[in-house]
Design a protein around this ligand. Structure first.
Ligand SMILES: [Zn+2]
Ligand SMILES: [Zn+2]
Length: 302
């Protein structure tokens, strides 16, 4: 098959029916990325953007695309690398993350769960909660805290379209309407939360992967050893099955959701207060991080 430009096609974009060569495919990723940035005012002149960098394909591609964008508009960028304490897996990905920062000349900061919270994910007791939800809560907390301390205007995270639609369905199925309304593209200014931006949210996971391969970006492909225990895995399988029959499934779901999100946010609001234990923002008296850490401490004492 041939691309529109006459070169040999390397990718069939099923949702649009296009056959794309490597060059046209990469161009399309750049233009999708920039379109998302423009649509939501994700990057403004003079911004300092903290990038949550894991060394995996998504956040690494995000770092490269933002570096490319920097050539055209002035903004500052720094990377935050988190060591969750997952042996054999994290050492490798951190090495890759650092290497990419060095290649692109991006300043980076590394923080560990062990030093900040006194725990590692390996040591987490799975009777308290799944490794994934514990890790997710702690990482979100630490990324926000460190981005705020670095004086970042926004926190860029490497969530792709698949991640977004999985989160939408998960929150819906759990009946968590507060979070269901907050998976959207927009961000709100707050003194406690550094607004999270998701410039890859319109790009399919497999396209992020292909872009990394075609651009010869060094990423780590290893999968987290705890990934299989998540509810997310079932939702992912379901969405992939739907998409293989109807190639526009994920796009349509995201579009429908984005139109609903502003109404949901208006309906399901909560007041933000500060955690009585650690002082970080929360919608309860004690934040999720502290309540999980407290339970783990109690289990250990038993
Ligand atoms: Zn082409
Ligand atoms: Zn707390």
């Amino acid at each position: 098959m041939r691309c529109r430009c006459g070169r040999k096609a390397v990718y069939h974009r099923r949702q649009s029916g296009q056959q794309l060569c490597a060059i046209c495919f990469s161009k399309s990723i750049h233009s999708k990325f920039r379109k998302t940035i423009r649509a939501h005012n994700y990057v403004e002149k003079g911004d300092t953007i903290a990038v949550g960098l894991s060394g995996g394909k998504d956040s690494t591609v995000l770092l490269h695309l933002l570096s490319d964008l920097k050539k055209d508009r002035p903004f500052e960028m720094e990377a935050i690398i988190i060591d969750e304490g997952i042996s054999t897996y994290r050492e490798k990905t951190i090495e890759v993350a650092i290497k990419n920062c060095e290649i692109l000349g991006v300043e980076y900061h590394i923080y560990s769960f062990e030093k900040e919270f006194g725990v590692t994910i390996d040591a987490c007791d799975s009777r308290v909660c799944s490794h994934c939800s514990f890790c997710g809560v702690l990482r979100r907390n630490l990324l926000n805290q460190k981005a705020r301390e670095l004086g970042a205007k926004k926190l860029a995270v490497g969530l792709n379209l698949d991640d977004e639609v999985q989160s939408v369905l998960m929150n819906f199925l759990r009946g968590d309407l507060f979070r269901f309304g907050r998976t959207g593209p927009s961000y709100t200014e707050s003194p406690y939360f550094v607004p999270r931006i998701k410039p890859l949210r319109d790009i399919l996971e497999k396209e992020v992967m292909l872009y990394a391969i075609l651009s010869k970006i060094h990423v780590d492909h290893s999968v987290c050893p705890y990934a299989s225990e998540a509810f997310r895995g079932d939702i992912r399988d379901f969405l992939d099955r739907m998409e293989s029959k109807r190639p526009t499934t994920k796009y349509s779901l995201l579009r429908s959701y984005d139109r609903l999100a502003p109404y949901l946010q208006e309906q399901f609001t909560s007041t933000i207060s500060l955690c009585s234990q650690c002082g970080e923002p929360t919608i309860d008296t004690i934040c999720k991080t502290c309540s999980m850490l407290n339970t783990i401490k109690k289990m250990k004492e038993r």
